[in-house]
Design a protein around this ligand. Structure first.
Ligand code: HEM
Length: 460
């Protein structure tokens, strides 16, 4: 393999960040660098070069599955320390990737969302009960914290029949705290200064990852040997399903890696996406009114509507709001590809086989194809007509190709339903005049975003 070096990339700006390091917001740092140097650049840290792109033509080229494939880069290699060959972090050629992908795909087909719908609704109702209490008490709700409670309980119950009971706790479930620390470790490990001692951070990481594994073993143990072993959810498939072509099954170590992967991938990004959507709605009264109108058209002034599966499919404007939030802040903000053979990226950037490129989705989502005001929150960018008129690779919050997000429909169903239920029920008050502060723990969240709530009345 040839490590990427800026010396072989004539014309691509090189920005050496060794003096400051990437800090705690590496994604926003590269966004800033691209605003200054353009949407293609090499970031140099301690002599190591990484190529970042946000340019539409290059991203479209990288989506060519015949010439490029997913790259498990340094950040994901760090995540592999606790998810190993789970779907997200598996190398393309590890047999367990294709095996697990083929076994689990049916569980994520659009029709399967019908199966998860009742559980998603149940957890949405838990969140509403908790927000009703806050509204009565006149207390603010912490949006990202509560969205995380909601998404963790949903994936736990829908995927594994396991109840994290997050709304019964004042603090986040310890699984979340350990997971966030593991993700932070994976991120900050990239920024280490050679020669310094990080053994305390590494020991803390090992404790946290051992705890994650222990929770996962509990999740699996509470299922195996019961009459629910073959239940039709993710865990049921993992424990019993045979590969459609060769009849093989997943081994115990891989099941553990998949459960941990799904518990993390299945909640962290969706919770950020919901939080950004609520942030933009709280700041944009016209968009808020339109989502409310859409929900009201379905549920009128019913106090406790129980959305049906089909109704969620009719919440098209709500879905546009989510897409627009994911455009501005795609919560899994970067993904990487490597060249399968020596090639010219976009016909102009020479890459050797194995060399990697990272796509910075937040900058792709601000390219000229999005018009003159890409910073403006405008859900009308996602009407069916607008989408049809735009190049397909202009919007990539879920990655690309066969390694794209398997849980996309799951996330969108869960988030669309909850968003509509919330705006139907509450007036959202930006009581603290919140100034956006995006926290990075590999994924993105609007940190410290709180709202106060009052029930809507027929007059609202
Ligand atoms: C992969 C984003 C929700 C499970 C990915 C990738 C992205 C992504 C960008 C590709 C990563 C890469 O190329 O390296 C998101 C976003 C979500 C979301 C923005 C929410 C808004 C979910 C949910 C689940 C899930 C709800 C599970 C229920 C996965 C898995 C993979 C993946 C297992 C790896 C797939 C593979 O490589 O075979 N996601 N995701 N994600 N996602 Fe999601």
């Amino acid at each position: 393999l040839h490590p990427l070096s800026a010396d072989t990339l004539p014309g691509v700006p090189v920005v050496d960040i060794t003096a400051t390091g990437p800090g705690r917001t590496p994604i926003q740092q590269v966004m800033g660098l691209m605003r200054e140097h353009g949407p293609v650049l090499v970031r140099r840290l301690h002599g190591r070069d990484a190529l970042f792109v946000g340019d539409l033509d290059l991203v479209a080229d990288l989506a060519d599955e015949k010439r490029f494939a997913k790259h498990v880069g340094p950040a994901l290699e760090n995540v592999r320390e606790f998810t190993a060959d789970g779907l997200f972090t598996a190398h393309n050629d590890e047999p367990n990737w294709a095996r697990a992908h083929d076994i689990l795909m049916p569980a994520f087909a659009l029709g399967s969302m019908r199966t998860y719908h009742p559980v998603m609704l149940k957890v949405a109702q838990r969140l509403i009960a908790s927000w009703d209490r806050a509204a009565r008490a006149g207390e603010p709700v912490n949006v990202p914290d509560d969205m995380t409670r909601m998404t963790l309980d949903t994936i736990g119950l829908a995927g594994f029949g396991y109840d994290f009971g997050s709304f019964g706790r004042d603090e986040a479930h310890p699984f979340v705290e350990s997971m966030v620390r593991c993700l932070e470790w994976a991120m900050t490990r990239l920024a280490r200064t050679p020669g310094q001692d990080y053994s305390a951070a590494d020991a803390a990481f090992r404790d946290d990852s051992a705890y994650l594994a222990q929770v996962v073993d509990d999740v699996i143990a509470s299922r195996t040997g019961t009459d629910q072993t073959g239940a039709e959810d993710l865990l049921g498939l993992m424990l019993t399903a045979e590969h459609p072509a060769d009849g093989t099954t997943l081994d115990a170590a891989n099941i553990r890696n998949q459960v941990i992967t799904f518990l993390i991938a299945g909640h962290e990004t969706t919770s950020g996406a919901m939080s950004f959507a609520l942030y933009y709605l709280a700041k944009h009264p016209t968009a808020l009114q339109l989502v409310q109108r859409e929900a009201d058209a379905l549920w009128g002034d019913r106090a406790d509507p129980e959305p049906t599966y089909d109704e969620v499919g009719r919440l098209t404007y709500t879905r546009q709001v989510l897409n627009e939030a994911l455009r501005l802040w795609p919560t899994a903000a970067a993904f990487s590809r490597h060249a399968l053979e020596d090639t010219l990226l976009g016909g102009r950037i020479p890459l050797r086989a194995g060399q990697a490129v990272s796509v910075l989705a937040p900058m792709l989502h601000r390219q000229p194809v999005w018009g003159d005001n890409p910073e403006l929150f405008d859900p009308s960018r996602f009407t069916a007509e607008a989408e049809a008129a735009r190049p397909v690779h202009a919007f990539k919050p879920f990655g690309t190709g066969e390694r794209a997000c398997i849980g996309r429909q799951f996330a969108l169903h869960e988030a669309t339903m909850l968003l509509a239920m919330l705006v139907h029920r509450y007036r959202l008050h930006d009581h603290a005049d919140y100034a956006l502060h995006v926290k990075e723990t590999l994924t993105l969240k609007p940190e410290g975003f709180t709202l106060t709530l009052t029930p809507r009345t027929a007059a609202d």
